[in-house]
Design a protein around this ligand. Sequence first.
Ligand SMILES: *[C@@H]1O[C@H](CO)[C@@H](O)[C@H](O)[C@H]1NC(C)=O
Ligand SMILES: *[C@@H]1O[C@H](CO)[C@@H](O)[C@H](O)[C@H]1NC(C)=O
Ligand SMILES: *[C@@H]1O[C@H](CO)[C@@H](O)[C@H](O)[C@H]1NC(C)=O
Ligand SMILES: *[C@@H]1O[C@H](CO)[C@@H](O)[C@H](O)[C@H]1NC(C)=O
Ligand SMILES: *[C@@H]1O[C@H](CO)[C@@H](O)[C@H](O)[C@H]1NC(C)=O
Ligand SMILES: *[C@@H]1O[C@H](CO)[C@@H](O)[C@H](O)[C@H]1NC(C)=O
Ligand SMILES: *[C@@H]1O[C@H](CO)[C@@H](O)[C@H](O)[C@H]1NC(C)=O
Ligand SMILES: *[C@@H]1O[C@H](CO)[C@@H](O)[C@H](O)[C@H]1NC(C)=O
Ligand SMILES: *[C@@H]1O[C@H](CO)[C@@H](O)[C@H](O)[C@H]1NC(C)=O
Length: 573
Amino acid sequence: MRFSAGAALACAALASAKSLDDLCTVSNVKAALPSNGTLLGIDLIPAATTAGVVSSSSYNYCNVSVTYTHPGKGDSVVVEYAFPEPSNFKSRFYVAGGYGYSLSTSSTGGISYGAVGGATSAGYGALDGVTIDEVLLKGNGSIDWDPVYMFAYQALGEMTKLGKYITPSFYGSNSKIYTYYEGCSDGGRQGMSQIQRWGEEYDGVITGAPAFRYGQQQVNHLFSGEVEKEQNYYPPPCELEKIVNATIKACDPLDGRIDGVISRSDLCKLHFNLSSTIGEKYYCAAETTTSLGFGFGKRSIGKRAEGSSTSYQPTQSGVVSAEGVAVAEKILNGLHNSKGERAYLSYQIGASFTDAETEWNNDTKKWELDIPSTGGEFVTRFVELQNLDNLSTLDGVTYDTLVEWMNRAMVRYMDTLQTTLPDLTTFQSHGGKLLHFHGESDPSVPTASSIHYWQSVQEIMYPGSKQSLSQLKDWYQLYLIPGAAHCATNSLQPGPYPEDNMATMIDWVENGATPSRLNATVSSGEYEGEVQRLCQWPSRPVWHSNTTFDCTFDQKSYDSWTYDFPAFKVPVY
Ligand SMILES: *[C@@H]1O[C@H](CO)[C@@H](O)[C@H](O)[C@H]1NC(C)=O
Ligand SMILES: *[C@@H]1O[C@H](CO)[C@@H](O)[C@H](O)[C@H]1NC(C)=O
Ligand SMILES: *[C@@H]1O[C@H](CO)[C@@H](O)[C@H](O)[C@H]1NC(C)=O
Ligand SMILES: *[C@@H]1O[C@H](CO)[C@@H](O)[C@H](O)[C@H]1NC(C)=O
Ligand SMILES: *[C@@H]1O[C@H](CO)[C@@H](O)[C@H](O)[C@H]1NC(C)=O
Ligand SMILES: *[C@@H]1O[C@H](CO)[C@@H](O)[C@H](O)[C@H]1NC(C)=O
Ligand SMILES: *[C@@H]1O[C@H](CO)[C@@H](O)[C@H](O)[C@H]1NC(C)=O
Ligand SMILES: *[C@@H]1O[C@H](CO)[C@@H](O)[C@H](O)[C@H]1NC(C)=O
Ligand SMILES: *[C@@H]1O[C@H](CO)[C@@H](O)[C@H](O)[C@H]1NC(C)=O
């Protein structure tokens, strides 16, 4: 249908008078669907359309589900959209990221922003919570590539493109739809996938601690256990926590303020020697913990996976040992191959040693290797292509084996899950804005992983340009969150956490208010309630008093965040 400008205005006026009940009908949705051939690669099955008002205590929305197929494939992808009340609709579309091996199952994340939201089945049941690891293999050795591509980037891109097509007609509006993405962890990776592959579709993208550089990132979860095995020392968890606490105590003042937070892990890395913690006493009471874990893959029911499990730890008391410090130092130094070439980067000093957590064996009365299924399952399923939930042992595994697994995974998933394409020209030239953040004490996705990608984008998009930093800041800004853990605050460091990223992003996209800092609020401890305006990378905070800090650039600190990976022959972005 085509409107003249006048007719469209009249139509918009009419639509704004309509109620959600008026709009939330199968026929209104069907009329808004693109006919076959309009969106290349997306053929609608109009007969499968559903629409119904859903009321909750805080809002009402129209729950729509639409089904499409890829021409010639005979597959079926269901997408769900949530349309807010017409009076609340602010011409926005919102996409939420998932986590672990999941896509988001909820379409309602945008309602509070006056945005239509969407979620997708990706053709493999993702709306019902099916995770990619469950459908990766058709059988041992046989990857089902369709779900891999869909999970990696295609499903979200198609959901967004289709949703943006339907939205204006649904409301009878023709104003520009501002399109936002927000996600952390794998949701951060999914966001990066969207700007790399569907850059023209998004106006504002917020990515936290992206679990990208997939091959390296996932295998790296096994590195800490491998260090323990090579060093033949399995530290009691309490000893490692004591090392972390002592590090926090020693490095907290280096940023100029004593607040229990390492706001400058770079200065800690440059100036603090972990050996000074040797001999410090530790004590942890016995406990039986029921842990909820990371939610990384539904199948792997284990201590660090979805589903709770119970584990017992006896009383731990002793002093920090030279062996414990050696393990910590090796972990923080990152993976190198047997030739001494660097393969990967590691967590920042002061982060918890989550991957290194050992398991108490109540029969042998010893602390033993505990393989985290984040890394273990990745190697069995995604690398070795065996339908197994976890690696049973690290026997026979060397540092070179880890490098080899990383390389195989990187090469195999280079154009799907690796998600490190550094050329963002399409996104940038369509006016897209990227807000990227990362907890500085993240124990799951190394903070330096985000720095490395930022550096890759800068080098690839502005080679040799002296103005590259100011050009990049116009549309891509990175913020490190002092003391923060993985997509969350940190129980060991009462630091700030950003709470209104969408407000910042909306202001940037819709009002041209380019941020220079990022608001973050302290939620515990002595400074609870304080709003810090965080420094934009590559500038770093220096506190001058208990209330004020500056953002400064320091080359030595910057260099401490910079890595090459000569253990791989292809460039690692
Ligand atoms: C669009 O194509 C699909 C198959 O690719 C078909 O099932 C559907 O009926 C077509 N829709 C129309 C309106 O022709
Ligand atoms: C939205 O509609 C779909 C398809 O009819 C349905 O499966 C889903 O449960 C609905 N969601 C809510 C919250 O009612
Ligand atoms: C580490 O510090 C936290 C408080 O920040 C405390 O609860 C915990 O017991 C300490 N751990 C050890 C091993 O001392
Ligand atoms: C840390 O201190 C130990 C013991 O004093 C020393 O052997 C080691 O060389 C120091 N490390 C660095 C990087 O200075
Ligand atoms: C993975 O397997 C290893 C070896 O059997 C075991 O130590 C570890 O607890 C398992 N991890 C999970 C999450 O199940
Ligand atoms: C571990 O062994 C001790 C005795 O040494 C026993 O009291 C305790 O119940 C056991 N715990 C578990 C979880 O099996
Ligand atoms: C797949 O491989 C695993 C590990 O080798 C084995 O336990 C399992 O039986 C195999 N499954 C099939 C269907 O062959
Ligand atoms: C950031 O915080 C400052 C000071 O508290 C406040 O004036 C400003 O409105 C906040 N910005 C956003 C986007 O919330
Ligand atoms: C700053 O905070 C520290 C630690 O809380 C305190 O000891 C010190 O007196 C404070 N300094 C000023 C100038 O208030």
